[in-house]
Write a protein of this length. Structure first.
Length: 261
């Protein structure tokens, strides 16, 4: 089929980009769910200009010949996103991820020395706040309950702060720890990964289906992460594009004649 050379004046792409991770020189055989990219920007290889300029009377400074020549630098990609699977978020944070698994347990009469106005750590985190009690250590059943209004509890981090003299000093605490599961991101490291992207999308002006394939992008964290701005946490990645030996280009865009239903 001959190429359709009809002029197209618009190109509005909506693309869902799934991703896989290269292992050595092995292309991924499975892919994670799509990343919600807010930017996927490709920068072509840099070229330098070679020119011959006139030094002749009457045309001094005019270019007689101009040639663009590759510098040897590869194409690059810069990506920004605000929702992604766990290990893609970890890459933007420069983090290794491990499983958070805390078993439920009951803690009775654990010693804690409180300080007025300062947070002091308890032996555990993920405490069930409603279960927490603080008492004076009277010994042999003579413990005296301290009113909860005389201290503050950070149940997630397992910290207690005395706000009244009655709660200051050597005390005993009892509580339950909630069963907790999740992820732990050890962030701020220099990490990178080779990513293979598979994009399925629609060109919105024509409603035709398209594909974007990024063969191999060596991505690393590419920007700042603001955890306290009160909005969705946005990550960014950047890196160079490589062309595998069985491909002719580092990325491809395919525009088809299929129309969305």
């Amino acid at each position: 089929m001959a190429l359709d050379l009809t002029t197209r004046r618009f190109l509005f792409l909506d693309v869902a980009m799934k991703y896989g991770i290269w292992v050595g020189d092995t292309r991924p055989t499975s892919f994670y769910d799509a990343v919600n990219f807010t930017k996927l920007e490709f920068d072509p290889p840099k070229q330098k200009i070679g020119r011959v300029s006139s030094r002749m009377d009457g045309s001094v400074g005019q270019a007689l010949a101009v040639v663009n020549r590759p510098t040897g630098e590869p194409a690059t990609v810069a990506a920004e996103f605000d929702a992604a699977p766990v290990n893609f978020i970890a890459l933007a944070l420069g983090a290794t991820v491990s499983e958070l698994a805390v078993d439920a347990k009951t803690v009775t009469d654990t010693a804690v020395t409180t300080v007025l106005g300062l947070w002091v750590p308890l032996p555990d985190q993920w405490i069930t706040a409603a279960s927490f009690t603080l008492e004076t250590d009277g010994g042999a059943g003579a413990d005296v309950l301290i009113a909860a209004t005389k201290y503050e509890l950070d149940a997630v981090n397992g910290l207690i702060k005395a706000t009244d003299a009655a709660a200051v000093g050597s005390k005993i605490a009892s509580y339950t720890v909630a069963a907790t599961a999740g992820e732990v991101y050890a962030a701020g490291q220099a990490l990178s990964a080779d990513i293979y992207l598979v994009g399925t999308g629609t060109e919105q002006a024509s409603k035709r289906r398209c594909r974007i394939i990024v063969e191999r992008a060596a991505l690393a964290a590419g920007g700042k992460i603001d955890l306290a701005k009160g909005e969705a946490i946005a990550g960014s990645l950047a890196g160079e594009l490589a062309t595998p030996s069985d491909r002719t280009a580092p990325w491809t865009y395919t525009y088809s004649d299929l129309v969305t239903a």
